[in-house]
Design a protein around this ligand. Structure first.
Ligand SMILES: *[C@@H]1O[C@H](CO)[C@@H](O)[C@H](O)[C@H]1NC(C)=O
Ligand SMILES: *[C@@H]1O[C@H](CO)[C@@H](O)[C@H](O)[C@H]1NC(C)=O
Ligand SMILES: *[C@@H]1O[C@H](CO)[C@@H](O)[C@H](O)[C@H]1NC(C)=O
Length: 271
């Protein structure tokens, strides 16, 4: 006898709950892997090549163009050749921030540091493109990328090849320490090429080349994870037990007619 597909689905349903900590681990990995950055910059001295933000700051800040990202525009904005006409690899730095719900209202220091760092970054000889992702306004995109604020995403987006195929995009993420992050620390990711010291991210939430993105599922999965996160866990448990119970009883009812079919059919034939 082969087990019914419904019964096989049951354990998968009940382990769905256990997969959410996995998501936290992914997010935790993002945050942890970047701790080396803060320790690599003991008291955050500006290297001589970095212009003083106080001196050149205000005007350059006004000039720095930071593109807001949404689930609807990110594919157009983060396209090679979209922001600059120059050939070669396009570098992007994207600040992921949040508000009361997504950052416990504690992203302000990181936001200030980012705002100041945009002056440093745009003063560099080859300024990266700058983007902003607000998880409070864009929870779906943040979940699709499995990213929590405050974080810097660093993308290297290559131009399409002559045959129009797209080479892989390099993605690195740097979790920022909410209480200690500084502008030079953020700027050093580009200015001192700190990003080269970090392994690129290759996991399933890779925004361009991950299996979800390739299958066009990143945004639907973002919706799903976000939707689940809105359900309290007790409601989820009740839902799972309700579904498994109704599956059990349907299976029992489904089994009964096999034995009970003849007695039930007999009176009908006799009448
Ligand atoms: C965030 O929370 C603080 C303190 O609870 C409150 O003063 C502030 O208005 C909230 N901000 C938003 C955008 O809801
Ligand atoms: C950072 O800059 C943005 C855009 O100029 C501004 O809306 C925001 O209030 C600034 N945040 C902080 C903490 O200075
Ligand atoms: C941020 O830095 C402070 C001071 O160095 C440290 O105590 C804290 O654990 C750090 N937080 C995270 C999330 O790494």
């Amino acid at each position: 006898m082969r087990p019914s597909p419904l019964l096989l689905a049951l354990p998968a349903l009940s382990t769905a709950q256990q997969q959410f900590p996995f998501l936290d681990q992914v997010k935790g990995w993002f945050a942890q892997a970047s701790n080396s950055i803060s320790s690599a910059i003991p008291s955050a001295p500006s290297p001589p090549s970095v212009p003083n933000p106080v001196a050149s700051g205000a005007k350059v800040i006004a000039d720095a163009k930071v593109q807001p990202l949404t689930k609807d525009n990110y594919q157009d904005v983060l396209k090679p050749g979209a922001a600059t006409a120059s050939p070669g690899i396009e570098e992007w730095m994207i600040f992921v921030t949040g508000g009361n719900k997504t950052c416990f209202g504690r992203c302000e220091r990181a936001e200030t540091a980012w705002n100041e760092s945009t002056a440093l970054l745009s003063a560099s000889r080859s300024p990266p493109n700058l983007g902003l992702l607000d998880c409070e306004a864009e929870p779906v995109l943040c979940n699709a990328w499995a990213v929590g604020p405050p974080t810097i995403f660093h993308f290297l987006i290559p131009q399409p090849l002559a045959d129009q195929s797209t080479p892989a995009t390099t993605v690195r993420s740097f979790g920022l320490n909410r209480t200690t992050v500084t502008a030079p620390e953020i700027a050093s990711i580009h200015l001192e090429e700190k990003y080269t010291q970090k392994e690129p991210y290759e996991g399933i939430f890779h925004p361009f080349d991950g299996p979800l993105a390739k299958a066009g599922l990143a945004i639907p999965v973002g919706y799903a994870i976000w939707g689940f996160s809105l359900i309290p866990s007790w409601a989820f448990m009740i839902g799972v037990s309700f579904i498994s119970r109704s599956m059990m009883s349907r299976r029992m009812q489904g089994g009964a007619p096999a034995g009970g079919a003849q007695p039930a059919a007999a009176p009908a034939a006799g009448s």
